[in-house]
Design a binder for this molecule. Structure first.
Ligand code: FES
Ligand code: FES
Length: 133
């Protein structure tokens, strides 16, 4: 049912934890399952994401997608980070079972919320980023 990559990121999650002085933080939840995901971003003066950590209170697929999403955004600029969609995360994990697709949406939403927080704090506009719900 789960790919080897999903199992790997679930049993050995990358970048789990929090950042002490994050440039941006985003917390999102899924009302149906009650799962919560928080993403911390450390962004340098060139708008490049230097570090990223996550805390997820949720299912295995949510943990695996958080882990993969943090790996994918590291080293990207804040604009490039928008390419880390739930589809991109799922592809990087070699797929998720259909009932678990919504779990990967949390990762995309949490990244967007963290970027929004950063943009707000720094009074900048990130092209293509919509205000989180
Ligand atoms: Fe059912 Fe998340 S809402 S698995
Ligand atoms: Fe809720 Fe996966 S079951 S995020």
């Amino acid at each position: 049912m789960y790919s080897e990559k999903v199992m790997d990121h679930f049993t050995n999650p990358r970048n789990m934890g929090e950042l002490e002085n994050p440039s941006g933080v985003g917390t999102v939840g899924n009302a149906k399952c009650g799962d919560i995901m928080r993403i911390y971003l450390d962004i340098d003066e060139n708008h490049v994401i230097q570090d990223c950590k996550f805390k997820t209170f949720g299912c295995g697929a949510a943990v695996a997608t958080s882990s993969m999403a943090t790996e994918l955004v590291k080293g990207k600029t804040i604009e490039e980070a928008l390419t880390v969609t739930n589809k991109a995360v799922m592809e990087a994990l070699d797929g998720l079972p259909p009932v678990k697709v919504h779990c990967s949406l949390l990762a995309e939403e949490a990244i967007h919320a963290a970027l929004w927080d950063y943009a707000k704090k720094n009074n900048i506009v990130i092209e293509g980023l919509k205000e989180p719900k």
